[in-house]
Design a protein around this ligand. Structure first.
Ligand code: PGA
Length: 249
């Protein structure tokens, strides 16, 4: 398997968090937030990467970024490179998040370039895929996911990789996919990954919270969660980690 086999609970803070808020969050995480069976990662905004690297490392929380550009350096005003992310202490980088695809119009072609650049500079991409509600209603979910996964075609399967399946209609809406939908879609994603030669970990994301984490993480083929809103408060994030730890042992 390319990448870690441990269940991953990753928190994506999106465009939230000041230095003061993040230091309170770390304080509230307590002494040992990452239990034996679960890997914990957080993706704060770029401005907090450097200041959080050390306090996160002290709590065994892995650092990640929410995005990056596909070049190492140069005249790309406003962009952040994989070299900078490594320099800040990142292990993970989220690529292909639906908010980047929809709001910033990121294409599969650009995402593939970013995957290559992430690997070249030693980062592990968390490749996000997911269908919109109308895709699901028209029965096109698998077609959309296969198209998004096609960025992996021909890429070296030895590189570390995590995939996150996040139905777009479940992100930030409080709606989650049903257990049946999660199982069925994760089975499809795993089969497609296997066909492409990438036998990697697949997370579920979209309104995961302390109340539904246990049920979602118990679904076959779900090997962790990408958590947005519920990762902003240490207590709800820790309850999700705890649910993952119980599901794993
Ligand atoms: P949410 O976000 O948990 O707030 O739905 C998930 C994500 O966008 O990764």
């Amino acid at each position: 398997m390319a990448g870690s086999t441990r269940c991953l609970i990753a928190g994506n803070w999106k465009m939230n968090g000041t230095l003061q808020e993040s230091l309170s969050f770390i304080h509230d995480l307590g002494e040992n937030p990452a239990p034996e069976y679960v890997e914990v990662a957080l993706m704060p905004p770029f401005t907090l990467l450097h200041p959080l690297a050390k306090p996160f490392a002290e709590k065994e929380v892995c650092l990640g970024a929410q995005s990056m550009y596909c070049e190492a350096r140069g005249a790309y005003t406003g962009s952040i490179s994989p070299v900078m992310l490594r320099d800040a202490g990142c292990h993970y980088v989220i690529l292909g998040h639906s908010e980047r695809r929809d709001i910033q119009h990121e294409s599969n072609t650009l995402i593939r370039k970013k995957m290559d650049a992430a690997w070249e500079y030693g980062l592990e991409p968390i490749l996000c895929i997911g269908e919109h509600l109308d895709d699901r209603e028209c029965g096109k979910t698998n077609e959309v996911l296969a198209d998004q996964l096609s960025v992996l075609e021909g890429l070296n399967a030895e590189h570390p990789l995590t995939v996150a399946y996040e139905p777009v209609w479940a992100i930030g809406t409080g709606k989650t996919a049903s257990v049946e939908q999660v199982k069925e879609t994760h089975a499809f994603v795993h089969a497609e990954l296997q066909r492409l030669g990438h036998d990697c970990r697949v997370l579920y994301g979209g309104s995961v919270n302390a109340g539904n984490a246990e049920e979602l993480l118990a679904c076959k083929g779900v090997e962790g969660a990408l958590v947005g809103g519920a990762s902003l408060k240490a207590d709800s994030f820790m309850q999700i980690i705890e649910a993952a730890n119980s599901a794993e042992n």
